[in-house]
Design a protein around this ligand. Sequence first.
Ligand code: NAP
Length: 431
Amino acid sequence: MSCSYSSKRAAGIFLLRNNEKKKTTMMMKMMRDFEASASSPTLTKSHSCRFYSSPAKNESASSSSSSLQHHFEKELPVDFEKKGTGGRSSYSGITAAVFGSTGFLGRYVVNHLAKNGSRVLVPTRCSENHRQHLKPMGDLGQIVQFDYSMRDDEAIKYAVERANVVINMVGREWETRNFSFEDVHRDFPRRLAEACKESSSVKRLIHVSALGADVNAKSKYYRTKAEGDEEVRRIFPRATIVKPAKLIGVEDRFLNVFAEHASKFPFVPLTGLGESKHQPVSVDDVAIAISQMPYDEETVGKEYVLAGEKTFTMEELAKLTVDAGRFRSARVAYIPKFVYKLLSAPHEFLLNRVPFPLPTPKGLTRSFVDAQDADYVKKPNELGFKELGMTPAKMDGITIDYLRSYRSGGYLTNPLAKKENFHEEARVPLR
Ligand SMILES: NC(=O)c1ccc[n+]([C@@H]2O[C@H](COP(=O)([O-])OP(=O)(O)OC[C@H]3O[C@@H](n4cnc5c(N)ncnc54)[C@H](OP(=O)(O)O)[C@@H]3O)[C@@H](O)[C@H]2O)c1
C-alpha cells in the first residue's frame, strides 16, 4: 500500500515537474517569438492590408448606410508580417506601444488595434484596477501591461524597443503638483521621440496633439502642445502628428461637463459669451483614424487635423446639451472671464506651494479660460479625415447617445423611436 502510494506520489511529482518544465519551455518560446516578431518585423510587400479593403471590393461595407466609411481608397502597402485573416485572434503585424492608453481616447485606440489582432504594449502609471478594462479588448496575452513613469527613460525604452509602432496620447488639461504642462506636453514627447529614434524596431510614431496647438497661443495647454509637436518633428521627422478637435463620446469632458452643470445647478455657466468656435468630433472616429495610420505610408511625416464637419460656438453646444438632456429649468449663464480668472487664482497660486496635492478644478484653470479666446476650426488647406478616406459622424444625431443618462427616464423612453428624432444617417454604426 505504502509502496503504491509512494510510487503514485513519485509519478505525480514527476508529472508536475514535467508540466512545469513544459510550461517554462513554452513560455520561453512564446517570449522569444514575441521579441523576435516585435523587434524585427519582416518586410513582406506581397502582404496587402486585409482589414480595410476598398468598399468596391467589399460589398457589405459599401452597402452600409453608415456615414462613416472607414476605409482607405486603395490597397495599402503593409510593412509588417501578418498572420491570419485579420480578426481578433490573428496577428496584424503591428506591435504597438500605446502611451496614454488609460485616457478617454486611449481606450478606443487600444480597442481598434486589438480587435484587428495587434499586440498592444500598455505602459501605465496606475493600479491594476484602473487599467484592467483594457485586457479583454485583445486576445489572450495580446495586451501587455506594465508600470512606467514618464520621467524614466529606461522604462520608456523598454516599451519602445519591443514595438514597431508607437502611439503617444499622453496629455492633461490641467497642471498638477508633480507634472506641469511642459513635463507632459513637451518633455515627454521629446523623450519618447528620442527613444523611437534610437530604436531599431520602431517604424511609425503617431503623436497626438490638439487642434489649436500654437506656440503663440494664449493658453498654456495649447502653447506647450505646439512645443511638443516641434520637438517630435525635429527628432523623428517620420512621425505623424494628429490634431483632434474637442472629442465627444460617452466619457467626454466636454458635453458631459455642460450636462453635469445642468443636472446639478439651475444654470450652465459659460465663459464670457461662449463665442469660441469648435468642431467637436466623435472619439471613435479619431481612434479609427489613428489605428489605421500605421498601414498607410502616405501618412508618414504628415499632420492631420481631425475635426467634425459642423462648427458650433460654446453657447450653441451648451444649449444643445440642455435640449438633449431635457433640462427644462436649466438656463445658460454668461460669466465674465475675469470672474473665472479670480476663481481659478487660488488654485494657481497654491499648486506648488502647499505640501499636498490639491483637488483638480476641471474647467476652472487659467489655461482653460485663456483657451476660450480662440476658435478651434480646421483650415481648408489642412489634411484631415477626407485625406484618410473617412467621413466623420454627424454630431447632431449622436449627442443623445452620450447624454441619455442625464435625462430623467432617459433609458425608459426611446426618443429614437419617434420619427422626428430619428437620424438614421447620423447614428454611429456598430463596428
Ligand atoms: N479630450 C479632448 O477633447 C482632446 C482634444 C484634443 C486633443 N486631445 C489630446 O488627445 C490626447 C488624449 O486625450 P484624452 O482625452 O484621452 O486625455 P485623458 O483622458 O486626460 O488621458 C490622458 C492620458 O495621459 C496620461 N497621463 C497624463 N499625465 C500623465 C503623467 N504625468 N504621467 C503618465 N501618464 C500621464 C493619463 O494617464 P492616467 O490615466 O494615469 O492619468 C491618460 O492615460 C491628449 O494628448 C490630449 O491632449 C484631447
